[in-house]
Write a new protein. Sequence first.
Length: 98
Amino acid sequence: MQDTELEKDRARYGLLAVVVSNLAIAAVAVFGVWQLDGDKAVIVGILTAAFTAVSSTTTAYLGIKAVSNTAKSLALGEGQARRRTEATPPAPSAQRAP
């Protein structure tokens, strides 16, 4: 049970870190656009960079989380399969006596 709680906490705090960083990037981009007073070339650059940073951060988090979940489920499934094969004794071979 403790392992499940640890994974939930990791997922929550990881998602919280991504959301907070995305909000910080958005706030800096809005502040930068507000300070430029209409220089469209620079505004496009700032918004492009902000969008790239937000999408990269979010995609990285979701990708790492998906791979982690997949690896964990594979490991648990493989471990359970091993336990089943170790628990069941091998069937006697059907050999004929000469």
